[in-house]
Design a protein around this ligand. Sequence first.
Ligand code: SF4
Ligand code: SF4
Length: 171
Amino acid sequence: MKVNRNIKTYFLLSTFSGMKFTFFKMLKNLFNKKKMITLNYPEEKYKYSSRFKGTHVLTVKKDGSLRCTACMLCATNCPAQCIKITADEHKDSSVEKYPISYEIDILRCVYCGFCEEACPVDAIRMGPEWQTPDKNGSKFNYDIRYLAYRPQLKGGVESSLDDKERHSWGI
Ligand code: SF4
Ligand code: SF4
């Protein structure tokens, strides 16, 4: 019985000590909002570094066509096997192949960046976007239209191979 009472006292003391800590933290945050380490999401958003690897982007050439040559190196290197590419012969004989379909199953992607590393022509990059919620599962299968021409990309991200001056995200 005596042991039980001691255990109860111990739990009560810990509970009050936890409440005291939380209360003082709350007061500190209320009177010094600038030093708060949390953000009021979604009104306030965290700014990640420029090296952040978020949602993929297929870059474009100056004429707006895809930079990708459908070499399959990204798909071969992808550890999650979530990239599917269908290639076709290009009408221009100086270009060997191009993708008629390029899909990333983003729910399987582990955001490792291997696809970006493997690409020899700067055709796929991982950009600064990280807010990509949706209710419909099929929306997480990103196709060429989404990867290269979604509205946030404002006409597409030019490959640095084609224009060294203009390769900022513009997002
Ligand atoms: S980031 Fe990694 S897992 Fe995701 S598509 Fe690229 S290679 Fe695959
Ligand atoms: S994105 Fe790059 S690595 Fe992947 S198929 Fe296109 S050119 Fe090859």
